[in-house]
Design a protein around this ligand. Structure first.
Ligand code: CP
Length: 310
């Protein structure tokens, strides 16, 4: 297979196992490019990409922008905080005005679940979801599973524990879909109040005891508490959360085997993960960030192949 089965990358749920493998194979090639002295290729030279960020971002925004520039695309950046959205303009009007400037590809982060899908049905451009509310964050899950494949040599059969605020996490949902499509086993761990009801119907197991979960897994993906999406209190205090679900070196060193530690960022040091682990050889957090550029280059390249450039 040499092309994606989809016209937009809105969520991992829509992608096939073959799509994921094609993205990884393409990202392998781009990772080689990124390690060369000249890190740029002309693949998207006649393509214009708009990065529309209606919600804060550091890693995803910079990683997409760098990926686009490495592919020689023309890039425009939009941040809602400094735009006419503040004057009441709708999402469709904003995007149509940007598309009138002859944009081919749109990368969008939005606080509302379903925003990227809505856009894909209403505008004539290829859309990449860079995170929509608590729904999906497909390129994060792609770079996470790609990083597991790089570190352990495979994804199939790997036991992955996702720890933290599962209820509000688009990273958790996209990771569940990606890991399962590639044959990994997934277990979720966190407070009952932050565990979605009926989550087992997705084929995952739930473990409320962090130590037991860590003893089971090969990889632990430690998620941030998404305080910005919590309108009520889900646990007594951050201190109590850390006591029950925070990972520190003492706990890690007490396990009967070595495990790989991941985090999608941004990290809240001393809450879900201690600094001595985040900065240790156990963690592949910065490898994840590095791989994000190659993965996003692959996604943009494969979607651009579907654009009629005549
Ligand atoms: N991992 C992630 O999405 O980080 P940002 O919010 O900084 O983009």
């Amino acid at each position: 297979m040499s092309s994606l089965s989809v016209d937009h990358v809105l969520g991992i749920k829509d992608l096939t196992k073959e799509d994921l493998e094609l993205i990884f194979k393409t990202a392998d090639n781009f990772k080689d490019v990124l390690n060369r002295p000249i890190k740029k290729v002309p693949s998207l030279r006649d393509i214009t990409v708009a990065n529309l960020f209606f919600e804060n971002s550091t890693r995803t925004r910079l990683s997409f922008e760098l990926a686009e520039k490495r592919l020689s695309a023309d890039v425009i950046n939009f941040s809602a905080a400094s735009s006419s959205v503040k004057k009441g303009e709708t999402l469709i009007d904003t995007v149509n005005n940007i598309l009138a400037m002859k944009v081919d590809l749109v990368v969008m982060r939005h606080p509302n679940a379903g925003a990227a899908q809505f856009l894909s049905k209403n505008v004539d451009a290829r859309i990449v979801n860079a995170g929509d509310g608590a729904h999906e964050h497909p390129t994060q899950a792609l770079l996470d599973t790609f990083s597991i494949r790089e570190k352990l040599g495979k994804v199939k059969g790997v036991k992955v524990l996702i720890v933290g605020d599962i209820l509000h996490s688009r990273v958790a949902l996209s990771n569940i879909f990606a890991l399962q499509k590639l044959g990994a086993e997934v277990k979720l761990c966190g407070p009952r109040t932050l565990m979605p009801k009926h989550i087992e119907s997705l084929g995952v197991k739930v473990e409320y005891d962090l130590r037991k979960g860590l003893e089971w897994c090969d990889v632990a993906n430690m998620l941030r508490i998404q305080l910005e999406r919590q309108d009520i209190k889900y646990f007594p205090s951050l201190r109590e959360y850390t006591m029950m679900y925070g990972l520190d070196l003492e706990l890690l060193n007490s396990l009967s085997k070595k495990i790989v530690i991941m985090h999608p960022g941004p990290i809240n040091r001393g809450v879900e993960i201690s600094s001595d682990i985040a900065d240790s050889e156990h963690a592949i957090i910065l490898d994840q960030v590095e791989n994000g550029v190659a993965i996003r280059m692959a996604v943009l390249y494969l979607l651009a192949e579907k654009i009629d450039r005549q």
